[in-house]
Design a protein around this ligand. Structure first.
Ligand code: PHE
Length: 454
C-alpha cells in the first residue's frame, strides 16, 4: 500500500468542488425534479430536507472520517478502524462492485446528454413539438448512437481519472462546478420572465407543503434519493475523504457538500418547473421530464435553442463530475490493494465498466439480451439502475452506519471526527444518529422494498 505517496487535494476549495461534483449529478438535475413532480412538490421537498439532515448527513460524516482517518480506500478503511483482514472489508468491496454497476448505466444517460448537446447546437428546437418529442424515442432505440456516446463518455471519464487527484479530478471539477452553477443560475433567472406567472407557480409548488400529498411511499422515496444524490453507500465520499489532509474538519466539509448539493437540487427544480407551468404542462411527467418535456417547452421560449444548449451542457457537466468519482473508487482501490499504476488501473477498470455497460447501451434497441425483459420484468439498463439505487447504495449506507456506530474502534472514530475541536454535544448527537436513527431509517426503506411494510 503506497501510503507514503498518497495524493492530497491542493486546496479545501478544490476538495469541496470535487466532492460537490460527485454529489451533484443526474440525481439532482434529472431525477430530483421528476420525483418532486410525481410526489406533489412542497411536502416531499420538506421531507427530503429532513432525510438529508438526519439520515444522510451522518453517513456522509462517517464516510469522510473513515477515509480521512485511514487515508485508504473503502476496503483498507474498513480494516483500519476494526482490524487488518476484518471481514468488514467485504463492505468495501461491495462499494467497488456498486461502482461498476452504477457507472455502467450512468454513462449511457450521460451519453444521451451529449447527444442533446449536439442536437441543440444543430437547432433541433426549431422543429415542431411532435418531432422534438419523438427525438428521444429515436435515440433510445438507436444501438449505434448509444454505443458511440457511451464509448465517448467513458473515454472522457477515464482520461480525467488518469490525470490523478490534483491534476485530473480537482482541476477538472474546479472548472466544471462553477460553470455548472453559472448555467443553472442563468436558466433560473430566465425563468422569472416567463409568461403566465410560471415562476411564482413553480416557487409555490416547490416550497408550499400540501398535507394531503403525504404518503409513506413519498417518505421512503425521499430517503432513498438522499443516498443516491449525496453519493453515499459506495465509498465515493470515503475515497475523496482519504485525500483530505488530517487537519481538515470532516463535519464542516460534510455540511458544505450537503448544502451545495441540496441548493443545486432545489435550483434544478426552479429551472425546470417555471417552464413547465408557464406553458401549461404537467409536473408529473416522470423520467421523461428532462429529455422529452423540457426540449418541447424550451422550443416555445424565445432563445430556446440557446437555453436548451445550456441545459444539456449543464446536465453533461454534472454527470461527468459524478462519473469521475465513481471510477476513482474503483481505480484507487486497485492502486491501494494491488499496487497497480494509476494509468493501468484507470484504463482497465474503465474498459471493464465500458464492456459491462454495453447491454445497458443496447437496452432500448433490444439488440443484446433481448430476452432479459421477459425474464426479469425490466430491461438490462433498468435492472442495473434498480439494483444500484434501490439495493446496493442503501445496503452500503446501512453497513457504514452500523460499522461506525457499533463496530469501529471508538477512539479512532472520535479522533477522526475531530471531537475535541467541537462542542461535546455535536459528537453525542452524531453518535446517536449513526447508531440508531440512520440504521433504523435505512432498514425501514429496505423492508418497504421487499414489501414487508405494505
Ligand atoms: N450523486 C450522484 C448523482 O446525484 C450519483 C452518484 C452516486 C455518484 C453514487 C457517485 C456515487 O447523480
Amino acid at each position: 500500500m503506497a501510503n507514503g505517496s498518497r495524493p492530497e487535494w491542493g486546496t479545501r476549495f478544490g476538495f469541496i468542488m470535487a466532492a460537490a461534483g460527485s454529489a451533484v449529478g443526474l440525481g439532482n438535475i434529472w431525477k430530483f425534479p421528476y420525483i418532486t413532480g410525481e410526489n406533489g412538490g412542497g411536502l416531499f421537498v420538506l421531507i427530503y430536507l429532513v432525510c438529508v439532515a438526519l439520515v444522510a448527513m451522518p453517513i456522509m460524516v462517517s464516510e469522510l472520517l473513515l477515509g480521512q482517518g485511514s487515508r485508504q480506500t473503502p476496503v483498507g478503511a474498513f480494516h483500519f478502524f476494526h482490524r487488518e483482514g476484518s471481514s468488514w472489508g467485504m463492505a468495501g468491496w461491495l462499494g467497488v462492485l456498486a461502482g461498476f454497476v452504477i457507472l455502467s448505466y450512468y454513462s449511457v444517460v450521460a451519453g444521451w446528454a451529449m447527444h442533446y448537446v449536439l442536437l441543440s447546437l444543430t437547432g433541433f428546437t426549431s422543429q415542431g413539438p411532435e418531432a422534438i418529442g419523438e427525438t428521444f424515442g429515436k435515440l433510445y432505440t438507436a444501438a449505434d448512437l448509444n454505443l458511440l456516446w457511451h464509448t465517448l463518455f467513458m473515454v472522457l471519464t477515464v482520461g480525467v481519472v488518469i490525470g490523478g487527484v490534483k491534476k485530473g479530478i480537482e482541476k477538472t471539477c474546479n472548472v466544471l462546478m462553477p460553470v455548472l452553477m453559472l448555467l443553472l443560475v442563468f436558466i433560473v433567472i430566465r425563468g422569472i420572465f416567463l409568461p403566465d406567472n410560471g415562476f411564482m407557480k413553480a416557487v409555490e409548488f416547490i416550497f408550499m407543503p400540501h398535507a394531503e400529498m403525504l404518503s409513506a411511499h413519498s417518505v421512503l422515496e425521499a430517503l432513498g434519493h438522499a443516498f443516491f444524490t449525496l453519493s453515499l453507500g459506495m465509498g465515493a465520499m470515503l475515497t475523496y475523504g482519504s485525500y483530505l489532509g488530517s487537519n481538515k474538519d470532516v463535519v464542516r466539509s460534510a455540511l458544505s457538500v450537503s448544502i451545495l448539493d441540496t441548493v443545486i437540487a432545489l435550483l434544478a427544480c426552479m429551472m425546470i418547473f417555471p417552464v413547465i407551468f408557464a406553458f401549461g404542462y404537467e409536473p408529473e411527467a416522470g423520467p421523461g421530464l428532462v429529455f422529452k418535456t423540457i426540449p418541447i417547452v424550451f422550443a416555445q421560449v424565445p432563445g430556446g435553442q440557446f437555453l436548451s444548449l445550456c441545459f444539456f451542457l449543464l446536465l453533461l457537466l454534472a454527470a461527468l463530475s459524478s462519473a469521475i468519482s465513481i471510477l476513482e473508487v474503483v481505480t484507487a482501490t486497485l492502486i491501494d490493494r494491488l499496487d497497480w499504476q494509476r494509468r493501468k488501473a484507470a484504463i482497465l477498470s474503465g474498459l471493464v465498466i465500458f464492456v459491462f455497460g454495453i447491454p445497458s447501451a443496447l437496452s432500448g434497441s433490444g439488440k443484446l439480451f433481448g430476452a432479459w425483459q421477459e425474464i426479469f420484468g425490466r430491461n438490462f439498463f433498468d435492472t442495473m439502475d434498480y439494483l444500484a439505487s434501490n439495493w446496493m447504495l442503501p445496503v452500503g449506507g446501512l453497513l457504514t452506519s452500523i460499522y461506525v456506530g457499533w463496530i469501529a474502534d471508538e477512539t479512532k472514530v472520535r479522533k477522526a471526527f475531530g471531537a475535541e475541536h467541537h462542542s461535546p454535544w455535536l459528537y453525542i448527537g452524531f453518535r446517536l444518529l449513526v447508531r440508531f436513527v440512520t440504521p433504523v431509517a435505512v432498514t425501514l426503506v429496505l423492508l418497504n422494498k421487499v414489501g414487508l411494510l405494505g
